[in-house]
Design a protein around this ligand. Structure first.
Ligand SMILES: C[S@@+](CC[C@H](N)C(=O)[O-])C[C@H]1O[C@@H](n2cnc3c(N)ncnc32)[C@H](O)[C@@H]1O
Length: 281
C-alpha cells in the first residue's frame, strides 16, 4: 500500500473521527446534513429493482457508507486506517470494508456506479498523488458513473481560527494558517490543529477533476457561511436556526464568488459515457 503521512495516520488512530460529523466538531452536523443533501441530489438512479454499487474511498468510520447501505445500496469502503475499518463494520455490518489507499485501488475497472472521495484529496498534499487518486476513481467507475470528491477550501482554517476559535493571534497558529493561505499546504500537526492537509482553491479543485477526465463538473460550497458561527452547536438544536443555517448554505452553494469562503468544497462529476470523452449520462 502507498505510504500514508505518519502524522495523518497518528491523528486518525486516536479514533475521534467517528464522532466528528455527529457533533465532535462544531460544524460536523452541518457538514453531514449538507453533504448528504448534495449527494442525494446527484446520485444516479439505481437500475430497476436493483441497487447502486458505491465505493467509499477514504470512508473513515463509515458514517456515509452506513447511511447509503441503509438506503439499500451495496457499499464497499476502503481506508488505510484499520481502526476506521473496524468502526465502519460496527456501524453497519452490511459494509464491505477493506484496507487500501486512494492512489492504487484493488478494484476492477468500470465496476462501480458511484465513488465517494470524501477525505483523500485533502490528505494528499502532492498534486501527483491527488491526480493518481482521481484517476483511480475514474478507472473503477462505469462509464457515466459519478464521483463526489470533497476538498477543504483554501481559507477554511484562516476563517475558522479567526472568527470561531479566536486563535489566530497565537504565533504558531498564525504561521500555519499563513502558509496554508499562501500555498495550500496546511502543516496542522505542527500546531496541534487537525493534521497535515492540502487546502484547495475552488478553481483548482475543478481543474484537477477535469484534468482527470471527468465531465460535467460542478463545485459546491458544502456548509456555507454557517461554519464560522461561534455558537453553532446551540443554534443547531433550535429548528428555526438550523433551517436558517441550511438555507444560508443553499443560497450560496454554487456562487463562484462565495466558493472560496467555504469550509469544505464538494466536486460532483461523471466519467464520460465513452472512453474518448463523449457526452455523459
Ligand atoms: C476526514 S476523514 C473523512 C472520513 C469520511 N470520508 C467522512 O467524510 O466522514 C479522512 C479519511 O481519509 C482517509 N485517508 C487519508 N489518506 C488517504 C489515502 N491516501 N487513501 C485513502 N484514504 C485516505 C483517512 O484515513 C480518513 O479516514
Amino acid at each position: 500500500m502507498a505510504e500514508l503521512d505518519p502524522h495523518v495516520r497518528t491523528y486518525y488512530e486516536r479514533g475521534t473521527e467517528v464522532e466528528r460529523l455527529e457533533g465532535g466538531a462544531a460544524a460536523g452536523p452541518l457538514e453531514l446534513e449538507r453533504t448528504k443533501e448534495l449527494i442525494l441530489r446527484d446520485l444516479p438512479d439505481a437500475p430497476p429493482g436493483g441497487r447502486l454499487r458505491i465505493l467509499d474511498i477514504g470512508g473513515g468510520p463509515g458514517v456515509y457508507a452506513a447511511w447509503l447501505a441503509g438506503l439499500g445500496h451495496e457499499v464497499r469502503l476502503i481506508d488505510p486506517v484499520p481502526l476506521h475499518l473496524e468502526q465502519a463494520v460496527a456501524a453497519d455490518g452490511r459494509i464491505d470494508a477493506t484496507p487500501g489507499d486512494a492512489r492504487h485501488l484493488d478494484v476492477p475497472d468500470g465496476s462501480v456506479d458511484v465513488v465517494l472521495l470524501l477525505g483523500p484529496l485533502y490528505h494528499l498534499v502532492e498534486a501527483d498523488d491527488r491526480r493518481d487518486a482521481l484517476a483511480e476513481a475514474r478507472r473503477v467507475l462505469r462509464p457515466g458513473g459519478r464521483v463526489f470528491a470533497a476538498a477543504i477550501s483554501r481559507y477554511a482554517a484562516l476563517l475558522d481560527l479567526l472568527v470561531r476559535l479566536d486563535r489566530l493571534h497565537e504565533p504558531e497558529v498564525m504561521a500555519v494558517a499563513r502558509e496554508a493561505a499562501r500555498s495550500g499546504r496546511f502543516a496542522g500537526a505542527r500546531a496541534g490543529l487537525f493534521t497535515n492537509a492540502y487546502f484547495h482553491r475552488p478553481s483548482e479543485l475543478r481543474a484537477e477533476v477535469e484534468a482527470a477526465g471527468y465531465v460535467g463538473a460542478a463545485v459546491y460550497n458544502i456548509e456555507g457561511p454557517g461554519f464560522v458561527v461561534p455558537d453553532l452547536p446551540e443554534r443547531w438544536e433550535d429548528p428555526a436556526r438550523r433551517q436558517a443555517l441550511l438555507e444560508a448554505a443553499r443560497l450560496v452553494e454554487s456562487d463562484p464568488e462565495m466558493l472560496a469562503a467555504a469550509s469544505h468544497l464538494l466536486a460532483v462529476a461523471r466519467r464520460p459515457n465513452d472512453p474518448s470523452g463523449g457526452a455523459a449520462r
